[in-house]
Write a protein of this length. Structure first.
Ligand SMILES: Nc1ncnc2c1ncn2[C@@H]1O[C@H](COP(=O)(O)OP(=O)(O)O)[C@@H](O)[C@H]1O
Ligand SMILES: [Mg+2]
Length: 304
């Protein structure tokens, strides 16, 4: 019987969500009856609690060391295959600035952008814009700036999350719709639309609002959405390949009213709670939650 370590918890701000993801994954894999599943609350400091003889690690850590290449490097060193992208792709995806540079280099469309510093007096791009710290998740420190008067507050909010020495990202605000596409082993799963109240998918809309809806684009009554589904799936795979991902990654998009698609970001360790979007997309392909986890476990690898 293969021994699978499910890595969860950690020390990032996303610890609580990660414990939830990890618990679900561990239960699902155990239910298959073919694995010995060992759940581990893992941090940089307790790497020695990784048991001997682990055949593969399922990474259910979100944010920080669990998603930025840290745990991936530690598992490479121990020659334990793990789910999700390797060190380099994890490092790129964790930094929205690096992600944008790589996507632009490979001609994958992203919103226009510029940089700001703590003393930048006004937006370097025409308003409206979105100001974000490049290395955070969960919409923390992100704000939309619609008038010059909002600029100082948005800049301060972004810098409340990161060091003054580093620039923050300023992005053209893309009006319109929002979508997410799971890519597993280079194959895009069904596209999910994110319909958030007010068109903004912030922290509250992600974790507390009951009003955010996640319909499948394939269920849209608008026939033009068939072509949009194919286009988003193609772009998601292009973004995944541009960043050098493997295994599972979720690619987030905004689509303007004219139908222009822009990659917002890549999530290399997406959520696995019962209502998370990657399992939802996988289940749409006909798999059960446990089979989705198994599918992703089979993509586990180490960097070569
Ligand atoms: N350029 C943009 N145009 C419009 N909305 C945006 C833009 N950037 C971010 N948003 C909104 O903010 C949310 C969070 O931004 P995102 O870049 O995905 O960061 P996070 O890593 O925190 O999820 C998005 O889901 C979207 O609703
Ligand atoms: Mg996002």
């Amino acid at each position: 019987m293969k021994k699978i370590a499910v890595l969860m918890g950690g020390k990032s701000s996303e610890r609580a969500v990660s414990l939830n993801s990890g618990k679900n994954v561990a239960e699902a894999l155990a239910s298959l009856g073919t694995y010995e599943v060992v759940p581990i609350d893992l941090t940089e400091e307790n790497l020695d609690t990784l048991p001997d003889g682990v055949d593969a690690a399922y990474i259910a850590l979100h944010g920080g060391w669990g998603e930025n290449g840290g745990v991936q490097a530690a598992l490479n060193a121990r020659k334990i295959p793990y789910t999700g992208p390797g060190v380099k792709a994890s490092q790129i995806a964790m930094d929205k600035l690096k992600t944008k540079l790589v996507l632009e280099m490979k001609n994958v469309p992203t919103a226009k952008w510029d940089l700001a510093h703590p003393d930048t007096a006004k937006s370097p791009l025409p308003l409206p814009v979105v100001v974000k710290p490049p290395c955070d998740g969960s919409s923390v420190g992100i704000s939309k700036v619609s008038s010059e008067a909002d600029w100082p507050k948005a800049l301060a909010a972004a810098y409340a999350c990161q060091a003054a020495e580093r620039p923050v990202l300023v992005e053209e605000f893309v009006p319109g719709r929002e979508f997410t596409v799971a890519v597993v082993d280079g194959e895009a799963w069904p596209v999910i639309e994110i319909v958030a109240k007010g068109g903004w998918y912030g922290y509250e809309e992600k974790y507390t609002s009951e009003e955010t809806r996640y319909p499948f684009l394939a269920d849209s009554a608008d026939s033009a959405d068939r072509a949009l589904e194919a286009k988003l799936q193609k772009l998601a795979v292009e973004a995944y390949e541009a960043v050098g991902c493997r295994g599972v990654t979720r690619v987030d998009f905004r689509v303007s009213p004219l139908g222009r698609c822009y990659v917002l970001e890549l999530n290399t360790s997406p959520g696995f709670t019962s209502h998370s979007l990657v399992p939802k997309a996988g289940m749409r392909t006909g798999l059960t939650f446990a089979q989705v986890c198994d599918r992703i476990l089979h993509s586990a690898a180490i960097d070569r």
